[in-house]
Write a new protein. Sequence first.
Length: 238
Amino acid sequence: LSIKPDFVKVDMQLVKKSAQNQDYKKLVAVISNFCTEMGISVIFEGVETLNELENAMESGGSLIQGFFLSKPAAEFQAIDAHQKLIQLGLNNVIYRARHSNQHIVKIEHNMNRYLSLVIEREQLFRKTNLDEALHRILNFLPPQCFRVFICDGYGIQRASNYTRMQGVDFRIHPEHRGKNWGWRPYFFNNLVRMHEWKRGVISHEYVDVETRRRTLTFSYPISDDLFIFLDFFAEVNG
């Protein structure tokens, strides 16, 4: 912050670890995002494989160097010398991003359709208490949904947790009622979008504290100040 550099270089060892390990990849992405917000260009050094090239692109690297592209030379190379390699890497990155986003959009679309039908048809959250209303929708949730709960607009949990045990049955956890989840990274972003769009929305991917697995949270408005939250494992094949 004091130096305010024009460039920040990601060390070769960190580049290689981030290409193999999701935790390192998240760390490098945080560094890249911070640099981008501060107007700093990020250089990834030591790129020696196609996988490392694609990882550098996915992690926000604007400048890339390494033996995969070229060994050091005395003269500058033509500006389009590595165009085919760069295009190959970009195509792979874009394909994966599209595939992942299609999966996320599919969850959002299906859950909006399902919850709107069930809630309107059964009027669940008007006729019964919140715990009972949640219990009545559990059998219809997809297998990758592992947790369901209800919060108000300030993040305070107003119903028990229902958590899927061993990937099969849900178990109620009333001890979570009254806790505040407004600090979760997705909460207010989801809340604002729900109010604006009048439908359910899905969060960005994050690592769940309890399960340590990559997670997406879908939230849906059931009244002006009550919202149902459904946590999904983010793996596409899950």
